[in-house]
Write a protein that binds this ligand. Structure first.
Ligand code: ATP
Length: 514
């Protein structure tokens, strides 16, 4: 479709309460995977020009619902209405035909191709000679729709994640998208990029484009969404007008009664651990430098401490964390971990020395085809050998599945069949059987719901008792603040601030980091 014929959204959105049918309505959508009933009859209505949030705990069924909407998974039951008319969504092209576009977390752009080729490349299909001028002009027109000021000849891999995401939105709109589904759009973005993304979303929504936002960030919902639908255990529990709703009410809908009880229990604990200035030094970093991302990091970590390192993707904190786990050595400076120089001698040796690691990329950390129980007991077996017989492994896994509330989890289920947030729980569980002396966690709560985040705080704290310590690296200030006894702020490869004062706030951290 050329940009001239693309249905550029224009004119004001239908005012709330007007009689126009929702642009998309789902009724009674059900989907079963084997014995798991992922969706049990969900209704969802999206109006023209609204920003609609889809909320729910890990495993509630959000991704499955989006996949049904996108035609990537075929619903077992239920009805799809577009502009009030029933349509059959029997595959991805049906969804594309009615204007549904999904921007997944793992972006679907070609990294080595230019912005122009990515944005309008689909239109080149079948053309024998490429009219590059036309291609660039068309791409520019699409990018203007999202007010994205990048050179159309830039290769995708040279852009920040946030800009790439906007390129995908531009592509979605340019190809006739009327309902853009964004799956956890902010989890890899810095604060500036998040603000820019929401400005674009609002402007487009004002022009009549609809957005479905799948997210765990309730503050983003409160600030930027018009309505929210909450699902739990595959059922819709509520659809609310965000303007009339508080964050606490949203939390209540998301976690339900059982989750509320759990949170109440955790809220009764002292938030933020006291500092531990007298423990044995387990990590000593002095002038550590490892270009391109780590430039000068110096700090100690003592037994009994949870040190939080807050910063965005460019802060170098994740690259520093990897060095602690044997992945790379400093080019300059000294880094001593549990009495050994960090020399990049590999993860196996690091594990043997008593270091545990939860990487940012959970899919790479899991054997997705393998059952959950194997994934959970892996680290212990690698470190200790087969102390546990398989029946024992299953029992241990069952306990962890219960403790972490892995939705629909059974020891035998392949890890790949879990929802994203529940996969993250399995990666974490792996280190809880026989906790290492030093636990390093990168973005441990990425993709996790509010209840699970509270659990992670509890677990990380327990990992720093009995002479052990933990380091939590994250771009989410809340998790760092809740877990840590001491908070460091990283910015462009340097530690720029340190707080051991328990009154430090999110705003203070963000001011230092950006
Ligand atoms: N391919 C699959 N095979 C078996 N079960 C699956 C499959 N995909 C999803 N499920 C199950 O369906 C349920 C809903 O998963 P879904 O991914 O939709 O949850 P979600 O709400 O998106 O969770 P999260 O917030 O963690 O991403 C989960 O219990 C999950 O284990």
């Amino acid at each position: 479709m050329s940009p001239a014929t693309a249905p550029t959204p224009s004119g004001p959105a239908t005012p709330a309460g007007a009689a126009a049918p929702p642009i998309v309505a789902l009724r009674g959508i059900a989907k079963t995977y084997g014995a798991i009933r992922a969706l049990r009859g969900v209704d969802l209505e999206i109006r023209r020009g609204e920003v609609h949030a889809l909320l729910g705990e890990n495993g509630a069924g959000k991704s499955t619902l989006v996949k049904c909407l996108a035609g990537a998974v075929i619903a077992d039951e239920g009805e799809f209405l577009v502009d009030g008319e029933p349509v059959a969504i029997g595959g991805p092209t049906d969804a594309l035909d009615v204007g549904v576009r999904v921007v997944y977390q793992e972006l679907a752009l070609f990294p080595t191709l230019s912005v122009a080729e990515n944005v309008v490349g689909g239109e080149l299909h079948g053309q024998r000679r490429v009219d590059w001028r036309r291609l660039r002009t068309a791409a520019r027109a699409h990018l203007d729709m999202v007010e994205l000021d990048v050179d159309v000849d830039t290769r995708i891999e040279q852009l920040s994640v946030g800009t790439q995401q906007m390129v995908e939105v531009a592509r979605a709109l340019g190809s006739g998208g009327r309902l853009i589904v964004l799956d956890e759009p902010t989890s890899a973005l810095g604060q500036d990029e998040i603000a820019q993304l929401f400005r674009s979303i609002r402007r487009l929504a004002d022009q009549g484009v609809s957005f479905l936002l799948v997210t765990h960030f309730l503050e983003d919902v409160i600030e930027h969404a018009d309505r929210a639908t909450i699902i739990r255990d595959g059922r819709r529990v509520a659809t609310v007008d965000v303007a009339d709703t508080t964050k606490d009410e949203l939390v209540g809908h998301v976690v339900g009664d059982a989750g509320r009880a759990l949170r109440a229990g955790l809220a009764g604990q002292e938030l933020r651990l006291p500092p531990r200035p007298d423990g044995e030094v387990l990590v000593r970093a002095a002038g550590v430098r490892r270009p391109p991302s780590v430039h000068e990091m110096s700090f100690d970590v003592r037994a009994g401490e949870v040190v939080g390192i807050y910063g965005d993707l460019a802060s170098g904190h994740a690259a520093f964390a990897e060095m602690l786990f044997g992945l790379g050595a400093p080019e300059e400076g000294e880094l001593e971990v549990l009495g050994h120089a960090a020399d990049g001698s590999g993860t196996r040796r690091a594990r043997d020395r008593g270091i545990g690691f939860v990487p940012g990329d959970r899919r790479a950390a899991l054997a997705l085809e393998q059952p959950i129980f194997k994934n959970m007991t892996l680290a212990t077996l690698q470190r200790r050998g087969p102390l546990l017989h398989e029946g024992g492994e299953r029992t241990v896994a069952e306990g962890l599945i219960d403790r972490l509330r892995v939705a629909n989890g059974t020891p035998e289920l392949p890890a790949g069949a879990l929802s994203g947030g529940n996969q993250q729980k399995v990666v974490l569980a792996r280190w809880m059987i026989d906790p290492p002396r030093l636990m390093v966690l990168v973005e441990p709560t990425r993709g996790m719901d509010v209840g699970a985040k509270a659990e992670v705080v509890d677990i990380v704290r327990s990992l720093a008792t009995d002479g052990r310590a933990a380091i939590v690296v994250s771009s989410e200030p809340e998790i760092v603040l809740d877990c840590a006894t001491r908070v460091l702020v990283a910015k462009r490869g340097r530690i720029v601030a340190a707080f051991s004062d328990r009154t430090v706030t999110k705003d203070q951290l963000m001011r230092e980091a950006f």
